[in-house]
Design a protein around this ligand. Structure first.
Ligand SMILES: NC(=O)C1=CN([C@@H]2O[C@H](COP(=O)(O)OP(=O)(O)OC[C@H]3O[C@@H](n4cnc5c(N)ncnc54)[C@H](OP(=O)(O)O)[C@@H]3O)[C@@H](O)[C@H]2O)C=CC1
Ligand SMILES: N[C@@H](CC=O)C(=O)O
Length: 324
């Protein structure tokens, strides 16, 4: 039986995680999809760094070589915006579905990509780009189809939450905690994106865009990261309060969806106060639902790979040309 051919762009924490997940879960994937899933090509910056790709898989630095492999689904897990956008655009133009984890790229170019994808009847899925393993994109879409979501409060950066927890509860220095977060594969290749709040802002933007009506703008009222904190603030814990890297998305105004990203002291009975370490959580509020809290691992190899493989499975099930 013809395999479903997958290319992985990027072979770092996330790309390797997807490669390992597909290999380890080969049988269950084949049972679910009635066809085997095969990683056919891997794209990297520097081939010489990568010895753990099997011989039958094309390892290359050239996207044209990847697309020459009759790929069904391109998994994009590289860093930065421009190259990623070009690769994904080329993939869509060639008729490949796309699954991406790259929130910086998706926040900046997601809308353009979806327009192009719609023209070509291609899926672009991006659940792994927000909150690691938490299945937030489809969940939020489904809720919002039934009634307006008016507010989201969330922790969307695993590295920042890991650092604040380690400093406050384990007595680590900021530098020690960041070093551990990097070693564990949580931090961005350039961890300043975690620390300055831009990673959380990109994720907030992706969620806000799902709630946005055509006439509404998305405005960023504040973006602050851990880099603007004095460490003493974290150590000198105030009574009954916990410092959390909070994101709020307020959709109550007719004209704008307003985002605030800011480390915030929350009361101990706040739904996000107990979310520690690399965990992320999202509290979605609407009239009928009240509030729904989703919590799970917000970063790292396995949860992120899980989200990507889920999107691969959904993509195949939605495309009759692949699902035979
Ligand atoms: N780490 C995490 O927990 C999560 C990360 N993400 C996102 O997933 C993406 C990947 O993250 P992560 O795996 O941690 O990053 P890494 O830095 O671990 O890996 C990045 C990989 O991308 C490759 N790469 C970078 N630029 C290019 C390029 N222009 N062309 C070809 N290959 C390139 C690198 O190649 P080489 O190895 O040769 O240098 C490397 O293999 C990022 O967009 C990140 O924001 C999303 C959710 C969670
Ligand atoms: N660096 C990010 C990785 C996942 O998106 C984080 O720490 O949340």
């Amino acid at each position: 039986m013809e395999p479903i051919r997958v290319a992985i762009l990027g072979f770092g924490t996330v790309g390797k995680g997807v490669y390992a997940h597909i290999k380890e879960e080969q049988q269950s994937l084949e049972q679910t999809l009635n066809r085997p899933v095969q990683v056919t090509a891997v794209l990297v910056n520097d081939e010489s760094k990568h010895r753990d790709v099997a011989n039958h898989v094309l390892l290359t630095t050239n996207m044209d070589d990847v697309l020459a492999q009759q790929i069904d689904i391109v998994v994009e897990a590289i860093t930065g915006v421009e190259s990623a956008y070009q690769y994904v655009t080329a993939a869509i133009e060639q008729g490949c579905h796309v699954v991406t984890a790259n929130k910086a790229m998706y926040a900046a170019r997601g809308q353009k990509l979806q327009e192009l994808a719609e023209e070509r009847r291609i899926n672009v899925k991006y659940d792994a780009s927000v909150a690691g393993g938490i299945p937030i994109i489809d969940t939020l879409n489904q809720i919002h189809q039934l009634e307006s979501v008016h507010r989201i409060e969330a922790i969307l950066n695993g590295t920042s939450n890991y650092i604040l927890t380690a400093v406050a509860k384990e007595g680590l220095t900021f530098h020690e905690a960041l070093t551990q977060a990097t070693r564990l594969g949580y931090a961005e290749a350039d961890p300043s994106h975690d620390i300055d709040g831009f990673d959380a802002l990109n994720k907030a933007y992706i969620l806000a865009n799902l709630l946005r009506k055509d006439y509404q703008e998305i405005t960023v009222n504040r973006r602050k990261g851990l880099d603007q904190l004095q460490l003493d603030e974290v150590l000198n814990k105030q009574t009954n309060q916990v410092l959390k890297p909070l994101v709020t998305i307020d959709a109550t105004s007719e004209s704008a969806i307003e985002i605030v990203v800011e480390p915030t002291w929350v009361e101990e009975n706040h739904p996000l106060s107990s979310v520690d370490g690399v965990q992320n959580a999202i509290v979605i509020s609407s009239d009928r639902l009240g509030s729904l809290k989703l919590e799970g691992a917000g970063a790292g190899e396995k949860p992120t790979a899980h989200a990507i493989v889920q999107d691969i499975v959904k993509t195949v099930k939605e495309d009759n040309r692949i699902l035979v």
